[in-house]
Design a protein around this ligand. Sequence first.
Ligand SMILES: N[C@@H](CCC(=O)N[C@@H](CS)C(=O)NCC(=O)O)C(=O)O
Length: 212
Amino acid sequence: MMRLHYLPGTAAMAPHATLVEVGVSYELVRVERDADRRVAEEYLALNPWGKIPTLEDGDVVLTESAAICLYLAEKFPDACLAPPAGTLERAELYRWLFWLSNTVQMTLMRHFYPERYGTAGVEEAADADLAEHFDLTDRHLAGREWIVGEERTVVDLFLFMLTRWGRFLEPAAWERPNLRRHWLRALELPGVRKMIEEQGLELPAFARSTDA
Ligand SMILES: N[C@@H](CCC(=O)N[C@@H](CS)C(=O)NCC(=O)O)C(=O)O
């Protein structure tokens, strides 16, 4: 059985939702951290960066949230979580997934942990960048249901996670109309609903009527 090492609300959200969407059995393993947020040696043996999440699939040990989502999408093609390889839509999926993980996710890290990135003005600069990133994504979603093509893909699960992280921004990421519609649409996916339930995540007031 696959094992996902996670903590609630972290970068494990997208892989967790992906596991449900592909329909595979999995076990959730909560990562323990000490008072200094250090993870145990056994976890470092799996993930030398000490970051969350990590997926174990037999002998395969995979880190990096976006990589785990793609691995699962490719291993279970019947779940249609990625367009066929070699198509323009697949290229678009790569484009969005890389941008979300190497730019938007990293800018969120600058927002949450400014002390790791410099001495002054880091958070303000990150917030300005994030406003642009979420504005751009909101414009892309105008008149569309999903980020790539006509069906949900792993990119939508990844964006759902980042939009939730963006709830602390001013304005919150999901205050943008198309992003909010996308977030609520993704919340209806079985994988997202089960992930929210299993991780015990609170929903914002505007989403509670969906009974997730
Ligand atoms: N690029 C990694 C980043 C993972 C990451 O930063 N995880 C956070 C939780 S959301 C973490 O482990 N933070 C602990 C720390 O930075 O000390 C991924 O997407 O998997």
